[in-house]
Ligand binder design. Structure first.
Ligand SMILES: Cc1cc2nc3c(=O)[nH]c(=O)nc-3n(C[C@H](O)[C@H](O)[C@H](O)COP(=O)(O)OP(=O)(O)OC[C@H]3O[C@@H](n4cnc5c(N)ncnc54)[C@H](O)[C@@H]3O)c2cc1C
Length: 494
């Protein structure tokens, strides 16, 4: 007998545990299981262990809506976030529902049975279980390796080469010369953290990124907590931060020249007089065309001011036995080179989807409300915002899934399918120019040119549509178990 549960959640990271919390709150009687490929929970916040690892968005929006973030720090370190996720799971008994070491390989939907058959690998053995609803919270990147570009001569380098995704626990960088290749959130975190012990840390970037400093402790949040208690203070601070984030994003989109000038002005103030801000901190693209990096208490700029870190903007010609030769002709000596060159994006943890015997070609599907797939019944996934904290969207996805399940119950339906609309023009699922997105986005589902397929990038608007919008919107088809599978041609090949 194959085991059956009402819902399978794939992934026990921030999203999967949040999804389980919403689900068991809304439907205490429903059965569910979380299948997690790794032997631990926490996903990203357990995997990444490089020095200084931390959030680069505030915890009042990266935290769950249902669980106040009560620590003083608004920008938290990796272990604190991991603790928050695991405490959430333990306090609600969610940890008992996690099946570790269960890597999902394939899921096949049968319209006749109104069920998914989920195939997973556990201890080298393939097994399966069935569920009525499949909820994928597998993050958005490969876990087994990060992205490293091909560098000429890399095999000649006699120092140590490290990728932040596989940080050696015992890496001793005290007194060493370190070069960090990259300019994203990971690089700007690593540089000041390593500068505390290293002889010198150089951030080597091909092109600059916008970097803004944020106080690590939110004074308003602290005061509100004293006055109103943690729960009400959290709700207000969350909305305050949503409002500030939305304002910065909207101004960046509508008044890019003004925002560029503003960020540049702030950067100049943080750096020594005469520092070449335009070469190292004034990107060619407009603010928020790529993710804007936040640094707590200007730590990166402080490390530069203290002479412990520097930034070099140049291109790598090749690795040499002792470091790097740059296209300008300069040489950078290094004992350790950290390739903070990004993630390798992967849709749905690499699992294959099938519907009624046909393989779902993800690029031929369209994401309904950024969380369900055209032509794929009883299925949802979580991919967070790129212009705001991930969890804002993850919570809304979970709330919408619960609304959908309730709608099925109330009307005696067994399943629903967002139905593709050929009149809608496809658009990228992440409207974002970062290299790691551009490299992989063709392998992901598409978004569409208009609602409900258009990519929602505005939390307040999503609250209205996902929490309060109509469920029967003419796009989603509902069916009873007895119904024969729809005969219309779905937009993917067999
Ligand atoms: C270094 C770093 C810093 C970040 N900082 C921020 C930030 O400050 N703010 C922000 O909003 N976002 C940030 N992000 C994005 C971040 O990934 C999300 O905030 C959030 O942690 C994603 O949670 P998740 O549960 O959706 O995915 P993950 O954390 O990636 O967890 C996914 C889980 O699914 C499991 N899984 C994957 N595939 C399978 C499979 N086939 N079968 C079974 N299990 C599977 C994985 O093992 C993992 O445990 C950051 C990302 C990184 C890499």
């Amino acid at each position: 007998m194959t085991e059956h549960v009402d819902v399978v959640i794939v992934g026990a990271g921030l999203s999967g545990i949040g999804a389980a919390h919403h689900l068991q709150d809304a439907f205490p009687q429903r059965s569910y299981a979380i299948l997690e490929a790794r032997e631990t929970s926490g996903g990203t916040w357990d995997l990444f262990r490089y020095p200084g690892v931390r959030s680069d968005s505030d915890m009042h929006t990266l935290g769950y809506r249902f669980r106040p973030w009560v620590a003083a720090e608004a920008i938290a370190d990796g272990p604190a976030i991991l603790g928050y996720i695991r405490d959430t799971a333990a306090d609600a008994g969610i940890d008992k529902r996690i099946r570790y070491g269960h890597k999902v390989i394939r899921a096949s939907w049968s319209s006749a049975d109104a069920r998914w058959t989920v195939e997973f690998e556990h201890g080298g053995v393939r097994s399966q279980l069935t569920c009525s609803f499949l909820y994928v919270c597998s993050g958005y990147y490969r876990y087994d390796r990060g992205f490293t570009p091909e560098f000429d001569g890399i095999e000649d380098f006699r120092g140590q080469l490290v990728h932040p995704q596989q940080w050696p626990e015992d890496l001793d960088y005290a007194g060493k010369r370190v070069v960090v290749i990259g300019s994203g959130a990971t690089a700007v975190t690593l540089v000041p953290a390593m500068a505390e012990k290293a002889a010198r840390v150089t951030m080597l970037q091909r092109s600059p990124t916008y970097i803004m400093s944020l106080p690590s402790v939110d004074a308003v949040a602290t005061r509100l907590r004293e006055l109103l208690g943690p729960r009400r203070a959290y709700a207000i601070t969350r909305w305050k931060n949503v409002a500030v984030g939305t304002l910065i994003y909207q101004l960046s989109q509508r008044r890019p020249a003004m925002m560029r000038k503003f960020i540049r002005g702030q950067t100049v103030k943080q750096l020594p007089a005469g520092y070449d801000v335009d070469t190292h901190f004034n990107p060619v693209y407009d603010p928020w065309d790529q993710r804007l990096c936040l640094v707590p208490d200007a730590d990166l700029f402080k490390a530069i001011r203290a002479g412990k870190a520097d930034v070099v903007t140049d291109r790598i010609e090749k690795f040499t036995p002792t470091g790097l030769r740059l296209e300008s002709g300069a040489e950078l000596a290094a004992d350790i080179v950290v390739t903070a060159t990004g993630l390798d994006m992967l849709a749905f943890g690499g699992m294959t989807l099938e519907v009624d015997g046909r393989t779902v070609e993800l690029p031929e599907t369209m994401a309904y409300k950024g969380m369900m797939l055209s032509g794929v019944p009883n299925f949802a996934f979580t991919i967070g915002y790129t212009n705001a904290s991930w969890t804002l969207k993850a919570d809304l996805v979970a709330e919408f899934v619960c609304r959908m399940l309730r709608h099925l119950d109330r009307n005696g339906y067994s399943h629903f399918t967002p139905w593709p609309d050929p009149a809608v023009t496809p658009a990228p699922l992440m409207d974002f120019q970062a290299g790691y997105v551009l490299r992989a986005i063709d392998r992901f589902p598409k978004a569409g040119s208009r609602a409900p397929w258009r990519l929602g990038m505005n939390y307040a608007q999503d609250v209205l549509t996902l929490r309060h919008g109509r469920i029967e919107d003419g796009t989603v088809r509902f069916a009873h178990r007895t119904a024969v599978p729809e005969r219309e041609k779905l937009p993917w090949s067999s």
